[in-house]
Design a protein around this ligand. Structure first.
Ligand SMILES: [Zn+2]
Length: 267
């Protein structure tokens, strides 16, 4: 599933291509509907100029004038493709025509991806928490986790706390922080919290530099795969030796998600 680095890569690539363009048409699938839960009809964006493209949590946000926004969540297998070669694109769920003749296509094999159009603040409307890169997170983390008995990994996946981290990068950050995924988040020491935040930011930055991880179906707006899957330390490496100590990486299931860790490096 695309997480922060993959969504950030797409948003950064799309911004210069879409900024200043007008949307001239919207065609969307109805079975099942791809537009769900927005306060405005999808046609609201027709005729509007795109001001910018950004990311909030794991949502790609296309910003229009008068605070109108289109939020795109790729979920498991969604891909947002800029001007793919002419002809029908497989698994198309929505197509946006632009005033320069280009098109933006949302394709999604498993059809879980969703979009919505709304007016106003994206973070509040989408109900997502603080960004992992937000400077104020350092000061707020202690208060966010105080008294929480949730396993730290499950806590990281809950988008209402920190937004943008999913299964892959939660596993990786916990490995670099030396923290077991099952440890209760409220029990982390001051030092462990600081290590976790540093590890999380480092791994996300590094993944953005590598244009994301292509496990499952992720490709960028040009249809190209990311490269970070080759650098993963624990995710998907069950039974293989830890790169640091040689102990075999373990896989457990936590909150119904495959969770990978090194039993020696993570305590
Ligand atoms: Zn190890």
């Amino acid at each position: 599933m695309p997480e922060l680095p993959e969504v950030e890569t797409i948003a950064r690539d799309l911004a210069p291509l879409l900024r200043g363009r007008r949307v001239v048409s919207v065609h969307a699938a109805r079975q099942p509907p791809v537009f769900v839960g927005g306060s405005l009809a999808p046609r609201t964006i027709v005729g509007r100029r795109i001001r910018d493209v950004s990311r909030t949590g794991k949502f790609i946000i296309v910003e229009f004038d008068e605070e109108v926004r289109l939020a795109v969540h790729l979920r498991m297998t969604g891909n947002l493709l800029f001007n793919p070669p002419a002809g029908p694109v497989r698994y198309t769920r929505a197509t946006f025509g632009l005033d320069n003749g280009a098109r933006l296509v949302f394709a999604d094999v498993r059809k879980f991806g969703r979009m919505r159009v709304f007016r106003g603040d994206a973070r509040a409307t989408l109900g997502v928490g603080i960004d992992p890169f937000a400077p104020e997170l350092d000061a707020r983390l202690a208060e966010l986790v105080r008294g929480r008995r949730t396993p730290v990994k499950s806590w990281l996946l809950d988008q209402r706390h920190i937004a943008g981290v999913g299964n892959i990068y939660a596993c990786e950050a916990l490995y670099y922080a030396g923290v077991r995924p099952k440890k209760r988040v409220g029990k982390l020491s001051l030092r462990e919290r600081a290590m976790l935040l540093t590890a999380l930011r480092r791994v996300l930055h590094k993944a953005i530099r590598h244009r994301g991880s292509s496990v499952d179906d992720y490709v960028d707006a040009e249809g190209k795969a990311g490269r970070f899957q080759n650098s993963l330390a624990v995710y998907g490496r069950a039974g293989m030796p830890c790169r640091r100590c040689g102990t075999l990486i373990r896989r457990i299931v936590l909150a119904q998600r495959g969770t990978f860790y090194c039993p020696t490096c993570q305590v």
